[in-house]
Design a protein around this ligand. Sequence first.
Ligand SMILES: [Zn+2]
Length: 249
Amino acid sequence: MMNNKQLRHLGDIPIIVIRSKRRRSIGIQLVANTFTLRVPHRASDKNIQRSLERFTPWIRQKQAALASRPLAPVYNFRYGEHYPWLDTKITLGKASNRAEPRLAGNQLLVHLPTSVLESTAYIKKRIVHFYKSAGLQHFSERVDYFAERVGKRPTEIKVYSYKRRWGSCSNKGVITFNWQILLAPAAVADYVIVHELAHLIHFDHSKPYWQVVERVMPDYRTHRKWIKDNGHLLTLDADNGQRNPGVLN
Ligand SMILES: [Zn+2]
């Protein structure tokens, strides 16, 4: 039995090689920071090596583009720090009582028990909690707005933390959003909403599907490109954007 998945390297760039029975030719892809070489099931080692050499200029060029992207901001989770919220910024402020994190103007008021005063992990958790609950409110309102235009309504809306996607739509009509899209401009978050709503009509990315998206949001391509170029910046994790959510399901 041949192993279907193999890790190779081009210099220090890892390349995943995937063998598949359906594949007739060798092709390379870059998805979410990972290079994947897809080859026919019985491709010889020599063949794979030759293809890798052929793709080398392309791989190097893409890798250089990845390396020169701006880095995700690093947050310290201290009072006074700013976080993106759609088209504005919110500032972390001190809540005097134990209420849930809430917005007062542009201040996100978070209460810290003395036992966790130094705990950035705790503060971050409270901030994410805020993004999820206020996000549900925002998504619900915008879904209402766009559902009219798409002509379909989801059965339920949820907000999760996802590592590799901005939203998803189940075959039961449940739409789930990644709260991190709230770190993007509002128009981009709207695009994700339209993208998922359109799946209630076409459960694929076919031409008719994109026609629905375009009818509701004629400039969707700008927002789709924005996510592709900037998606790695939409994080509160100080990992310098190595992680790249970026798939719309
Ligand atoms: Zn999709």
